[in-house]
Design a protein around this ligand. Structure first.
Ligand SMILES: O=C(O)C1=C[C@@H](OP(=O)(O)O)[C@@H](O)[C@H](O)C1
Ligand SMILES: C=C(OP(=O)(O)O)C(=O)O
Length: 443
């Protein structure tokens, strides 16, 4: 589902106190993985709470194109009857991954060690993003690639017929690179090893173990080392997808900045590899309680209770970046309402997301009266406690930029607009009604 719809301008306005319960959607990272591992398993995988955003629906279509039987039974309820590790059929058409870096990179990994050929494409945003970061390690298994200039999509992958195991150190902190290599390693004789300097989100490792793969993670002098035994047989498993902490960040941020707000966000994943925003918000003095901590679908979850209150600027250390990599756009909005300066360090990866997120946030915040400084790998927001607003931000096909500026407007002196809110459908299809239901004024 490449993003071809007409641009949808949106505006948000200063809102009264936000109140109520925000039922945010299922986790996007876990939803992709549930569909892919379901397709690589023998038997029927029942998924509940699947995110039905465009990114994940594109992965569902891709799994069907590779031969899995993928069916929707009701909201968030899906089944996947898999073809087993190594069982992918050659797809007839081009695999269009739309706006999704996770989708295209993980699926390329999953098919790179099967002896089939497939061509992948994406929308204008995905076609600008670097793919050599996955095609380089996948080539070590013996797969071959034909890419557009600069290693960009569209890319044709000729899977390795006799793949060899790989030991790979990721050059940047990226769960997508790690996951692509591990998924490729499933159909390889012997151990595939991924070494990362800093641990990144570990949903692939958790879910692979749940589906019966022999996988272990350890911290050694080399770093965080993950070892997967290949030629695994995956067994279908039920997957209950927890709610997405990256999506929860938007109503949470809105409640923190709109005076008088108090909201509840139930069942949000508190996986420590995803928790950096919440650690940072507590350092800023945010009033957030984590109630009923429990385990759901193999992930720690809690109910968040969030109240408006004063916030102060902080310095976010570079080591925390990977545990909140998608939350810097919304953190920069919260920082605009805080007292003092917020510095975000070690965030160079933001430049190669759906947009250059440092540039997109800096330009949009400036257009709304906020002072921002940037370097190659940092961003500094000067909070003054109030936001003039009145500007229009350009979203560059980036859902998180669109939602961040919609939240900015909810407490600004003047309305805040975006040129195109349609990319929100990739990760948070109910964003608009959910925020309106809490009392936010946007549309
Ligand atoms: O593995 C994943 O599901 C994701 C990993 C991150 O990307 P990188 O691996 O490029 O850091 C993140 O930004 C993306 O939204 C989802
Ligand atoms: C970076 C993101 O997703 P992806 O890389 O899957 O496009 C995101 O959702 O913020």
């Amino acid at each position: 589902m490449s993003h071809s719809s007409e641009p949808r301008p949106m505006t948000s306005r200063r809102s009264g106190p936000l109140k109520g319960v925000a039922q945010v959607p299922g986790d996007k990272s876990i939803s992709h993985r549930a569909l892919i591992l379901g397709a690589l398993s023998v038997g029927e995988t029942k998924i509940t709470g699947l995110l039905e955003g465009e990114d994940v629906l594109d992965t569902a279509k891709a799994m069907a194109a590779f031969g899995a039987q993928v069916e929707r039974h009701g909201p968030g309820e899906w089944t996947v009857n898999g073809v087993g590790v190594g069982g992918f059929a050659e797809p007839e058409g081009v695999i269009d991954c739309g706006n999704s870096g996770t989708g295209v990179r993980l699926i390329m990994g999953a098919m790179a060690t099967t002896g089939i050929t497939a061509t992948f494409s994406g929308d204008a945003s995905l076609s600008r993003r670097p793919m050599a970061r996955v095609t380089d390690p996948l080539a070590l298994f013996g797969a071959e690639f034909t890419a557009r200039e600069g290693g960009r999509l569209p890319i044709t992958v000729k899977g390795a017929v006799d793949p060899v195991p790989v030991r790979y150190r990721t050059p940047v902190a990226s769960a997508q690179i790690k996951s692509a290599v591990l998924l490729a390693g499933l159909n390889v004789p012997g151990d595939t090893v991924v070494i990362e300097a800093e641990p990144t989100r570990d949903h692939s490792e958790r879910m692979l173990a749940g589906f019966g793969a022999d996988i272990r993670s350890e911290t050694t002098d080399e770093g965080h080392v993950i070892t997967l035994k290949g030629r695994a047989e995956l067994r279908a498993q039920p997957v209950a997808v927890p709610r997405d902490p990256s999506s929860a960040a938007f109503p949470v941020a809105a409640a923190l900045i709109v005076p008088g707000s108090e909201i509840r966000v139930p069942g949000v994943s508190r996986n420590p590899t995803r928790d950096g925003l919440y650690v940072t918000l507590l350092e800023m003095g945010a009033d957030i309680a984590f109630e009923n901590p429990r385990e759901e679908g193999g992930e720690p979850v809690a109910d968040l209770v969030v109240r408006h209150g004063p916030l102060k600027g902080v310095s976010v250390p570079a080591e925390r970046a990977s545990s909140m990599i998608d939350e810097f756009p919304i953190l920069s909005v919260i920082a605009a309402y805080a007292d003092g300066v917020t510095v975000m360090n070690g965030v160079a990866e933001l430049r190669v997301k759906e947009s250059d997120r440092i540039d997109a946030m800096a330009r949009g915040l400036e257009a709304n009266g906020i002072r921002v400084e940037e370097t190659d790998d940092s961003m500094t927001v000067h909070g003054a406690g109030n936001v003039p607003g009145g500007g229009t931000a350009v979203t560059h096909l980036d859902h998180r930029i669109a939602m961040s500026f919609m939240v900015l407007g909810m407490a600004a002196e003047n309305p805040v607009s975006v040129d195109d809110g349609s990319p929100i459908m990739t990760s948070f299809p109910d964003f608009l009604p959910l925020m309106q239901g809490l009392g936010a004024e946007l549309g």
